[in-house]
Design a protein around this ligand. Structure first.
Ligand SMILES: Nc1ncnc2c1ncn2[C@@H]1O[C@H](COP(=O)(O)OP(=O)(O)OP(=O)(O)O)[C@@H](O)[C@H]1O
Ligand SMILES: [Mg+2]
Length: 360
C-alpha cells in the first residue's frame, strides 16, 4: 500500500485538485485507490461528488475519542466509483486539531489506522489542510511519499522550507523517512513569470521533483464545479493528460520499489529482530542420536536451526528467538514424532493426534 500525503501549508496551491485528479488517474490505470480527506474544508469530498456528508462516516472518527471508541478505516469508507473509495471529511474535524494536539502518540493515529485497515488498496491519497498542524503532521507520519504542490502563478515557494523542516523533524524524532517530491501546478506556458517560477522551484527541489508539470487548464476548474474528476468531465483536456502523466510517474516508481512480497519479508525480519523473545526447548533422550524441534515457527521443517544439542545429563536443548504468538510443535527423535512430555498444553491436529502448544 503506497500512502501519499499531498501537503503544503500554503492555501490554494493545488493540493485538493491534485488529490482528486491523481486519485482519478490511478483508478483509470486500474489501481484501487482510497482518498482520505483530512481537510475540514472537505473540498476533496465535495470534489468527488459527495454532497451530504454524514459525520458518522467521516474522518473525524479516525481521530476522535479514546482508542476504543475510534472507528476503523473499513467502517468509514464510502464508495465513489470503480477503483475509487473515499473517507470523507466533515467540518467537525477542525475540533480534532485542538483536542488532540497535546496527546502523546497522537501523531501516529492515522498511520496506525491505515496499518490496521482490513482492506487493501494500491494507493491511499491524503488531502491535507493548508496548515502545519496536528492533522497535517499525522498525514506526514503516515505517508511513505509526500507530494508538495507548488503553483507557478504566485510566490508560493516561500513556505516550502518550513514544510521540509517538518519532514526533517519527523525523520529525526520518529525515524520515519518518507520520500518528498515537488509538483509544479497551475503552470502557464505563455507567462514569463510562470517560467521564472518553474526554474526557481526546480532549483529548490533539485532531483526531487516530478517531470510532469500540471498546466493551468480551465477544464479542471469546470470539472470541480461539476463535482467530478477531470476524467469523468473531459478526457481529452490538458488537465487529464497531465494528471495521467503524473500517475504514470508514480507507477514507474512502483517498478523501482521492492516487490511487495520481499518487502513484507524484510518487515517481518526487522520486526522479529526488535520484538522476538527467547524460547527454550528440552527433551530427555539419553540414548537418541538426533533430536529436532519442528512447529509453526519453522514450517515444521527439519533444518540446522531445528537441531537440538545433547548435554552431559542426556537432555537435548535448543533456544529459538520467535516473534510473540501461539505456536504448535513436536519433537522428532531419531525420525519419530513426540509431543513434549514436560508440557501439559496440547491441541488436537487434523492427523488424529495432538501437538504440544505454547504462547510466547
Ligand atoms: N491546474 C489547474 N488549472 C486551473 N485551475 C486550477 C488548477 N489547479 C487548481 N486550480 C484551481 O485553483 C483553486 C485552488 O486549488 P485547490 O483547491 O486544489 O488548492 P488547495 O491547495 O487544495 O487549497 P486549500 O489550501 O484551500 O486546501 C481551485 O479553484 C482550483 O479549481
Ligand atoms: Mg484543499
Amino acid at each position: 500500500m503506497n500512502i501519499i500525503a499531498i501537503a503544503n501549508q500554503k492555501g490554494g496551491c493545488g493540493k485538493t485538485t491534485s488529490a482528486i485528479n491523481l486519485t482519478g488517474a490511478l483508478a483509470e490505470k486500474g489501481r484501487r485507490t482510497l482518498l482520505v480527506d483530512i481537510d475540514p474544508q472537505a473540498h476533496a469530498t465535495m470534489g468527488l461528488g459527495i454532497q451530504r456528508i454524514n459525520v458518522e462516516k467521516s474522518a473525524y472518527w479516525l481521530f476522535m475519542g479514546k482508542k476504543e471508541t475510534r472507528k476503523n478505516v473499513t467502517e468509514l469508507i464510502t464508495y465513489v466509483d470503480e477503483n475509487i473509495d473515499i473517507i470523507p471529511s466533515h467540518i467537525v474535524l477542525s475540533t480534532v486539531e485542538h483536542e488532540l494536539k497535546d496527546k502523546d502518540n497522537g501523531i501516529m493515529i492515522l498511520f496506525k489506522a491505515l496499518m490496521n485497515a482490513e482492506v487493501e488498496y494500491d494507493y491511499v491519497i491524503i488531502d491535507c489542510p493548508p496548515n502545519l498542524g496536528f492533522l497535517t503532521f499525522n498525514a506526514l507520519r503516515a505517508a511513505n511519499e509526500i507530494i508538495i504542490p507548488v503553483e507557478t502563478s504566485t510566490f508560493s515557494i516561500m513556505g516550502v522550507s518550513k514544510l521540509m523542516s517538518m519532514v526533517e523533524l519527523i525523520k529525526l524524532k520518529l525515524h520515519h523517512s518518507p520520500m518528498v517530491k515537488g509538483l509544479v501546478t497551475m503552470y502557464d506556458p505563455l507567462a514569463d513569470f510562470s517560467q521564472k517560477m518553474l526554474n526557481k522551484i526546480k532549483n529548490i527541489f533539485k532531483d526531487d521533483i516530478f517531470n510532469t508539470v500540471i498546466t493551468y487548464d480551465t477544464a479542471i476548474k469546470e470539472a470541480q464545479e461539476k463535482f467530478m474528476t477531470i476524467f469523468k468531465f473531459e478526457t481529452q483536456s490538458n488537465g487529464a493528460r497531465d494528471y495521467m502523466n503524473l500517475a504514470g510517474e508514480l507507477l514507474n516508481q512502483e517498478k523501482e520499489r521492492l516487490p511487495e512480497s520481499l518487502y513484507k519479508e524484510l518487515q517481518k525480519l526487522l520486526y522479529s529482530n526488535v520484538y522476538s523473545k527467547e524460547k527454550a526447548f528440552n527433551f530427555y533422550a539419553p540414548e537418541a542420536s538426533e533430536v529436532h524441534v519442528v512447529g509453526d515457527f519453522n514450517q515444521w521443517k527439519i533444518t540446522d536451526d531445528s537441531r537440538l544439542v545433547k548435554n552431559e545429563k542426556g537432555f537435548w536443548e535448543q533456544r529459538l528467538y520467535l516473534v510473540p504468538g501461539h505456536y504448535r510443535y513436536k519433537f522428532i527423535v531419531d525420525g519419530l514424532y513426540f509431543e513434549d512430555p514436560e508440557n501439559p498444553k496440547k491441541e488436537s491436529n487434523p492427523y488424529g493426534n495432538s501437538d504440544s502448544v505454547f504462547d510466547l
